[in-house]
Ligand binder design. Structure first.
Ligand code: HEC
Length: 119
């Protein structure tokens, strides 16, 4: 009789962690982004959950399109003639209507430049 309440609470604790775990998984923003990104399909990129894609989606896709196809008068990024250093400079300093991105780190910008080169 003394043992039983302990077992009951132990089982309850396990059940609660399983339910909580499922809840967390459902609400995980990362899994939402990857689920959202896949249909937009990066044909040249095997990295469906690449954080750089999330960075691109947040900062760049609004002007350049989900796969860099260009839109609303903003140029396509699919056939860029610039080298990596020039791409990084454009992102860091902006150019004409494109504003600079002072909040992005050098690493972010470097990875964005690599991503764009794969579009
Ligand atoms: C406000 C809209 C806007 C946003 C946001 C934006 N761009 Fe641009 N981007 C432009 C425009 C407009 C140009 C053309 C600039 C010019 O005419 O000199 C451009 C040019 C570029 C170029 C040069 C293309 C070429 O062939 O010369 C690159 C690379 C680029 N953008 C990358 C990015 C990246 C990466 C991001 C996100 C970090 C981004 N852009 C965000 C509007 C935008």
């Amino acid at each position: 009789m003394i043992e039983k309440p302990h077992i009951f609470f132990f089982v309850l604790l396990i059940a609660a962690s399983i339910i909580f775990g499922v809840y967390l998984k459902k609400n995980n923003p990362q899994s939402h982004i990857s689920a959202h990104q896949k249909p937009a399909s990066q044909p040249n990129s095997p990295h469906g959950t690449d954080p750089t894609i999330a960075l691109y989606a947040k900062n760049c896709a609004g002007c350049h399109g989900a796969v860099g196809q260009g839109m609303d008068g903003n140029p396509s990024l699919q056939n860029i003639q610039l080298d990596k250093a020039e791409i990084m400079k454009t992102i860091r300093n902006g150019r004409n209507k494109m504003k600079p991105f002072p909040k992005l780190t050098d690493q972010d910008i470097s990875q964005l430049a690599d991503l764009i080169s794969r579009f």
